[in-house]
Design a protein around this ligand. Structure first.
Ligand code: FES
Ligand code: FES
Length: 152
């Protein structure tokens, strides 16, 4: 085992774990940042999406050892008061059903709008389609991304 210095939500952490430990488990089991969810564990569902250097990334398949120079943001660090434009739009549209996929959806949407503040409907659909929602809230997810983009 070795120690890895990680920057998460603006703080530095010494991760004393095996290098191949997925970031998801370090976040949840060691730091208690349980907003990031486990869905499939094989980078297929998006429930575990965080930002790595501002881009959406699937933390279930990211080994801690690969992240020592990265700036990681989780849903807990997206905004101080839960008032990121995407979070506000989510609230306004009342997107969530069970909520399980939602942190991953919001992180994917926030990364999209950071890169492309005014995406077309096709760009929104193409980006969001890889985040699975077992409740089928896809229409409201896309509506909320559009609403957030209109507020930027
Ligand atoms: S849990 Fe990571 S993509 Fe599904
Ligand atoms: S809201 Fe239930 S899985 Fe998406």
């Amino acid at each position: 085992m070795a120690s890895y210095t990680l920057s998460i939500n603006g703080k530095q952490y010494e991760a004393d774990v095996a290098g191949d430990t997925p970031l998801l488990w370090y976040l949840r089991d060691h730091l208690g940042l349980v907003g990031t969810k486990y869905g499939c564990g094989i980078a297929q569902c998006g429930a575990c999406t965080v930002h790595v250097n501002g881009a959406a990334a699937r933390s279930c398949t990211l080994p801690v050892s690969s992240l020592t120079k990265a700036k990681i943001t989780t849903i807990e660090g997206l905004s101080e008061k839960g008032d990121h434009p995407v979070q506000q739009a989510w609230d306004e549209v009342d997107v969530a059903q069970c909520g399980y996929c939602q942190a991953g959806q919001i992180m994917t949407a926030a990364a999209l709008l950071q890169k492309n503040p005014h995406p077309s409907e096709t760009e929104i659909a193409n980006t969001m389609h890889a985040n699975i929602c077992r409740c089928g809230a896809y229409h409201r997810i896309r509506e909320a991304v559009k609403l957030a983009s209109n507020k930027l």
